[in-house]
Design a binder for this molecule. Structure first.
Ligand SMILES: *Cc1c(COP(=O)(O)O)cnc(C)c1O
Length: 408
């Protein structure tokens, strides 16, 4: 057989997948169009002016007045790296609330500084009790408390305010991973007084992967300025990267110009829709998805609806169904990608993302019908048509105007 190198390599023609994973989500054609615009230099006055637009847009989406707000040239994990490495010095004490793969990643990064990391840990699918955080930090000099707002690995959301109160009692900064929540789930950086908050371009913002928007409070900035030693990462040192994104616009590294175009257009779509309307869209679509899954006889991994992350739904794989063949059928027959479980949840759950451009009624209905056929082909007995009927009923209910005070 010839090796692929000896054959002619054809034109790049990726399949047109519907991305229902916890990221990347599908990209709106208007964002692709923006990406086809010609490159200019990163020091071009037109470009540096355009960067102001992106920063202003990000401030509105994060709901902050923070000066230090810009997209880092990195994926969401680069956001974790920056948010942890900038405030922490070797030997500093911090608390990380660990309830899944991404909060665990935050702890691992902090340990590499090396900071003294106290992990307040619960099993996947649970929220960390703020009282346990307070207990763990009492009598210590805790520099920051870190948590993941939406844990994509298990479909869990945590209430930021509860951890802010604990961080206040400990005199600590609050670091929040909002990679899976920004622009999909209510989040108010200034209102909730988050010191370091970051996200990823490819989740609810629905741009391609590769940028990590970050915002830092004044107190966070002061912590960076007060450092005795330079940040242990040259690339993620926010005090120097900010010379480029700050008013000086000094060269730091060549940013991904095309991705910044994409961010600008994706954020324009977010703000055109309005944050409230966007959150409501995510809520309504997930509600319909959940109704459909339950009507099929499936069980959600997170039992308390109040703890469920709106953007990523974790559902138990039913007994008798194998994970890989089912996902393979969804991909090959319907062009739909969903994700399996991470770490201890591998083979046990599926994770269905409904974020940004992917989060649409027609996608929910298509997915439920596709999953019904897939599960049925794989030998799972379920009531025909029940999932889509339940989802449609959920949409109908959501569209009904609230009868103010008329019914109890
Ligand atoms: C996806 C995700 C990350 C990691 O982002 P990458 O872009 O894959 O580096 C971090 N935290 C959360 C909560 C995520 O959902």
């Amino acid at each position: 057989m010839n090796s692929p190198r000896e054959e002619t390599i054809g034109e790049l023609l990726p399949p047109d997948r519907l991305m229902l994973t916890p990221g990347p989500s599908s990209v709106d054609p208007r964002v692709y169009r923006a990406m086809a615009a010609p490159i200019v230099g990163h020091m071009d006055p037109w470009f540096t002016h355009m960067m102001d637009d992106v920063q202003a847009q990000l401030r509105r989406v994060f709901q902050t007045k923070n000066h230090l707000t810009f997209p880092i040239s990195a994926s969401g994990s680069g956001g974790i790296e920056a948010a942890v490495m900038n405030p922490l010095d070797a030997g500093d004490e911090c608390i990380v609330c660990v309830n899944g793969a991404f909060s665990e990643r935050m702890a691992i990064i902090a340990e590499r500084i090396p900071a003294k990391v106290i992990r307040v840990e619960v099993p996947y699918g649970r929220t960390v009790d703020p009282a346990d955080v307070l207990r763990a930090g009492r009598g210590r000099r805790i520099k920051l408390v870190g948590l993941t707002h939406g844990e994509t690995s298990s479909g869990i959301v945590q209430r930021i305010g509860d951890y802010r109160r604990v961080a206040d009692e400990l005199g600590a900064l609050l670091v929040v991973d909002a990679v899976a929540t920004l622009a999909g789930v209510p989040l108010d950086v200034d209102g909730e007084r988050i010191d370091f908050c970051f996200s990823g371009s490819q989740k609810a913002i629905s741009a391609p992967p590769g940028m990590a928007p970050i915002t830092v409070s004044q107190r966070g900035e002061q912590t960076i300025e007060a450092r005795k030693e330079p940040v242990r990462s040259w690339y993620f040192d926010l005090s120097t990267a900010m010379n480029y994104w700050g008013k000086d616009r000094l060269y730091h590294h060549t940013p991904p110009i095309t991705l910044i175009y994409a961010m600008r257009e994706a954020l324009r779509a977010v703000l055109e829709e309005g944050l409230e309307a966007r959150w409501e869209r995510h809520r309504t679509n997930q509600q319909a998805l959940v109704s459909g899954l339950e009507a099929m006889g499936l069980k959600l991994f997170v039992s308390d609806p109040a703890d469920r992350l709106i953007t990523v739904t974790a559902v138990n794989i039913p007994a008798g169904i194998e994970d890989p063949p089912a996902r393979k059928q969804l991909l090959e027959e319907f062009n739909i990608e969903i994700a399996g479980g991470l770490g201890p949840l591998k083979g046990k759950i599926w994770r269905i993302g409904l974020m940004g451009y992917s989060c649409q009624e027609r996608n929910v209905l298509l997915f439920l019908a596709a999953l019904e056929k897939t599960l049925s082909d794989q030998g799972f007995r379920l009531p025909a048509g029940a999932a889509t009927a339940a989802a449609l009923a959920s949409y109908k209910q959501a569209r009904q105007p609230a009868l103010a005070g008329a019914r109890k």
